[in-house]
Design a protein around this ligand. Structure first.
Ligand code: ARG
Length: 314
């Protein structure tokens, strides 16, 4: 049976490699491969083989026509996006804050690198434009969109306040705030944070959470790692920052620090998305189409694996 299936599948694959367009053509290729397989199939009845081939070909046919529709819609959104004034110079100028591993950090060559940078480069490739990344303060990204930069990718959470100034792509990653505390700390619930000295990166959702904590003394930093260093030095009781960077920072000082899941503090989950000029709908649809293509062609999963799953703090 294995051999039969292999022959049937190879028929389908030959068809997709040769670029057969329609489900009917795929079906034909699969069933002719199946017929060829019949003579090979010792101990399997011809009707079994035919049934297996029919199932395989209809599944393949449906998948191919669905993929075809998705990608032609995506392709027209991408073409339309090129009329956005953001792309008129052929370059997507991207702002980030490269101090937020694994999403963005300064790589060995001195340039921004990380999951977000790889993702926006892949999006630029789908759009057919050059990508130029500028490293800047997180807190000035939103106001720089539409003047210094075209879009921002920076592990940026979609919030209603930001939506008044910029538009967002579809979400590309789910996050939550974590609480970093000294390894021997007894802090465990939202109530325990009241009245404490709390650190965060300026203008982040961690910052907005601290704003709401009763009696907390708030210390903001341009870079989250500086808050973490002050925590290690005993100047803070806790730092509030997104899950993945929290895990990266804590892994470097696991003898001194621990990271607690924000769920224990009733923090909401957050969605990361790419921020762009408000109401530039053609750009937004084009970026969303590119994202969708990267998800269907496996690039997105590959980047998660490469940059997030396998991130190693050095
Ligand atoms: N997700 C948080 C926010 O949107 C923090 C993002 C910080 N990003 C960075 N690249 N420093 O506010």
């Amino acid at each position: 049976m294995k051999k039969v299936l292999a022959l049937v599948l190879s028929g389908i694959m030959a068809c997709s490699l040769a670029g057969c367009g329609s489900a009917a053509e795929t079906g034909e290729a699969a069933s002719s491969a199946a017929n060829a397989a019949v003579s090979e199939a010792a101990g399997v009845s011809a009707s079994d083989v035919k049934a297996a081939a029919d199932t395989a070909s209809s599944v393949a046919g449906e998948a191919m026509s669905a993929a075809g529709e998705v990608s032609s819609d995506a392709q027209s959104a991408i073409t339309a996006a090129l009329s956005s004034s953001a792309l008129s110079d052929g370059t997507l100028t991207v702002g980030t804050n490269a101090a937020f591993p694994p999403f963005e950090y300064i790589g060995d060559d001195g340039n921004p690198d990380g999951f977000d940078i790889a993702l926006i480069n892949a999006i630029g490739e789908k759009l057919g434009v050059k990508v130029e990344v500028q490293d800047m303060e997180f807190d000035s990204l939103v106001t720089s969109i539409g003047n210094k930069i075209d879009v921002a990718i920076a592990g940026m959470t979609v919030t209603d306040e930001r939506k008044q100034q910029v538009s967002f792509s579809d979400p590309y990653y789910e996050a939550v705030q974590y609480v970093i505390v000294p390894a021997d700390s007894t802090i465990a619930t939202a109530d325990d944070l009241k009245g404490l000295k709390l650190g965060c990166q300026l203008g982040t959702t961690g910052n907005f959470i601290i704003d709401e904590i009763d009696g907390a003394t708030e210390q903001t930093y341009d870079k989250a790692i500086d808050a973490v260093n002050d925590l290690i030095n005993g100047k803070l009781d806790a730092v509030i920052i997104d899950k993945n960077p929290a895990e990266v920072f804590v892994s470097k000082y696991s003898d001194k620090l621990k990271a607690i899941d924000g769920k224990d503090f009733d923090f909401d989950t957050e969605d990361y998305a790419i921020a762009m000029p408000k109401d530039d709908t053609v750009l937004q649809l084009g970026v969303n189409a590119a994202l969708e293509l990267l998800k269907t062609d496996g690039t997105y999963d590959k980047l998660v694996e490469q940059y997030i799953a396998n991130y190693s703090a050095d």
